[in-house]
Design a protein around this ligand. Sequence first.
Ligand code: DX5
Ligand code: ZN
Length: 229
Amino acid sequence: MSILIAPSILSADFAALGEGVAATERGGADLIHVDVMDGHFVPNITIGVPVVRSLKRIARVPLDVHLMIEEPDRYIDAFADAGASMISVHVEVGRHLHRTISHIKGRNLEAGVVLNPATPVSTLEEIAPYVDFVLVMSVNPGFGGQTFIPSSERKVAAVRALLDRHESEARIEIDGGIGEDNAARVVAAGVEIIVAGSAVFGAPDIERATRDLKAAANAGAPTGLRRGR
Ligand code: DX5
Ligand code: ZN
């Protein structure tokens, strides 16, 4: 089983975004994680559809778009048209979550749901059979460079258990405070996709930081293939 690395451009130098993304790809990035914030669901404002469209022109790996916005349904088509391959929405804003997930899948994208640190794993119970991945926030969303919340490790294991109970092959992604120091531990708990912003783009050598993080993450991976991966 190979762990996927998804560098988050939130911590990138936006004046040199193309170069930064290319460096992560040389280092083995499997996805590019794009954090979309609206200043309502989270206190920060970041980037939107035009940046995803530009990234699509230069990125060689799929774009993983994490929507930290109210009313995500209004923007799914725009992000799909711009070139997203994966879109995740927070369960905390999803009043009609099944409809939202169906919409994303109807566009032939991978659909994910995101849990904030204080959101119980049980909120996945009804939606689990429909999702392609579950993103566990290991910091409160809104900013890069925050400290990993230790209980997230236990939460990942609980999400895996719930998904397994539903016979779901959905992957678990983790986002927030991940670096070489804790990547192996979260992978051992059940993570298959690692998001990292400051640990990659805050490093002096982005390519090398990506490569080192991937090696550290894979050190925690169970030997042998789970579900054929
Ligand atoms: C936070 C974002 C993250 C952020 C992670 O709300 O969802 O993707 O970029 O940054 P680090 O890896 O620095 O914690
Ligand atoms: Zn994110």
